[in-house]
Design a protein around this ligand. Structure first.
Ligand code: GLN
Length: 451
């Protein structure tokens, strides 16, 4: 009831596309009855969770914040959702986001922008903007988003909360609407490292419905946090070029540098490593993700799902064109065209193959780094939350701001944004920590020590 009321009172933030009020209250009552009867509790008994509107929750609308899925209802649970329910969570509603998770500001939703609760003239980040604001404003306890190139870490940074993107393959993607399948990973927004760890423990793990998910056993993350040694000494690296980048806000640079000094003073090893590949990460990301998106989104044709354009006297091609022109927003259309272009016969080698080669080189480099260091640190985003309209006129500028987050998705490693700093404009910003594949234990421990 508390959360239902809070969501109502903050409706102007537009974080929720739908609240499952009656259903959530009924479930809460049932869970409470179970508690008083002395029944067994799941790990998330009574925990109020919200879902980015790209996760399937059986029997409920799922729209990817797009008109093209108009009227579509999920016919099965995403594996992560099923695991939440099995652990006793209460799903309270679905969150607004950028259409098909494409964007960095939540200005690409077909259902209006989401406002940053700390300053409603500013964006919450994206694409999981609604899920970030829901945790920021206390409209649920934890939420699930998706992170293809930063969509959990970047809004967490803009909203002053924790945003965790696990290793690619740590959590099943079954029932997550695809943007770029080799990059997509479900992520977690939380107010504390412990909450993120517990949620991850519940939703991670093998799944017969996703052939890319890992069969590695899920460590007891919460327990691992309790056994942190008193004075741990970490070996940390940062990319020299990342802090020298001309687009980096001077205050974020200064705060990050001061923090690095503080870490070394505390006895940790923090070293700059050369990373001359930094300028290639954003181009490689946008070539590969748009290619995958153009293929993934071809299923929305006006026949199989959701919206269909009025189609009297149309042949099939005209129906496809009309449906897709009307159903998809501008940014999604831009990316489908870009992706079709880089996959086209004449340009495949020049763009797609080249970007795959970059991805391979980045992976090799990543292995080398983590053979020497426990974690890699960087700013999460080069600027704090910006004002509505400030960036949306220039898509390339918006793409370039993903410079620090896309690396983790290109190489599949886990990353987290932890809220450590405050800008003179009053907005929070975070530090990003990345660890080696499937080493969420170190990632969470180091993050806990830093907070
Ligand atoms: N901002 C990035 C993009 O627009 C990240 C999106 C995401 O992680 N879903 O592609």
């Amino acid at each position: 009831r508390f959360y239902v009321d809070a969501i109502r009172a903050t409706a102007s933030l537009n974080a929720y596309l739908e609240v499952y009020e009656e259903e959530a209250l009924e479930r809460a009552a049932a869970l409470d009855a179970q508690r008083t009867a002395g029944g067994t509790f799941g790990a998330l008994h009574g925990v109020v969770v919200g879902l980015k509107d790209v996760l399937c929750y059986k029997g409920h609308v799922v729209s990817a914040a797009s008109r093209i899925l108009d009227g579509f209802h999920a016919i099965y649970h995403a594996t992560a959702v099923e695991k939440l329910l099995d652990a006793g969570a209460i799903i309270i509603g679905r969150h607004n986001c950028d259409e098909f998770a494409m964007g960095s500001s939540n200005e690409n939703s077909a259902f209006g922008v989401v406002k940053n609760a700390l300053d409603t003239t500013r964006v919450p980040g994206g694409s999981s903007g609604g899920s970030a604001v829901a945790v920021q404003a206390g409209l649920c306890m934890v939420s699930l988003g998706s992170d293809t190139g930063g969509s959990v870490r970047q809004p967490a940074d803009f909203c002053g909360i924790i945003g965790l993107k696990p290793t690619y393959g740590r959590i099943s993607r079954y029932g997550l609407i695809a943007y770029a399948s080799s990059f997509d990973q479900i992520g977690i927004f939380a107010g504390s490292i412990e909450d993120a760890a517990l949620t991850l423990e519940v939703i991670a793990g093998a799944d017969a419905f996703d052939s890319t998910v890992s069969e590695q056993p899920v460590p007891a993350y919460t327990q691992a946090l309790e056994t942190v040694s008193d004075k741990p000494q970490y070996k940390l690296a940062y990319f020299r070029e990342a802090l020298e980048h001309p687009g980096l806000d001077p205050e974020i640079k200064a705060a990050t540098e001061a923090y690095i000094k503080k870490l070394s003073d505390a006895g940790h090893t923090v070293e700059a490593v050369d990373f001359e590949l930094l300028e290639y990460v954003v181009p490689a990301y946008y070539v590969l993700t748009t290619a995958e998106a153009s293929s993934n989104l071809s299923r929305y044709d006006g026949v199989k799902y959701g919206y269909r354009a009025p189609c009297q006297d149309m042949d099939l091609t005209a129906l496809y064109k009309a449906t897709r022109s009307q159903g998809f927003g501008k940014e999604v259309q831009r990316r489908i065209m870009l992706g079709s272009f880089v996959l086209s016969a004449g340009y495949f080698d020049a763009y797609f193959t080249k970007a795959q080669q970059v991805r391979r080189i980045l992976s090799d480099r990543t292995k080398a780094i983590f053979s020497q260091y426990d974690a890699l640190i960087s700013p999460t985003v080069p600027s704090p939350a910006f004002k509505f309209g400030e960036m949306s006129h220039d898509p390339v500028e918006m793409f370039l701001a993903d410079i620090y987050t896309v690396f983790a998705n290109l190489v599949g490693i886990p990353g987290i944004s932890i809220p450590l700093f405050k800008h003179s404009n009053g907005m929070p910003f975070g530090l990003q920590v990345m660890a080696s594949h499937f080493d969420e234990v170190s990632l969470l421990r180091i993050s806990k020590d830093m907070m």
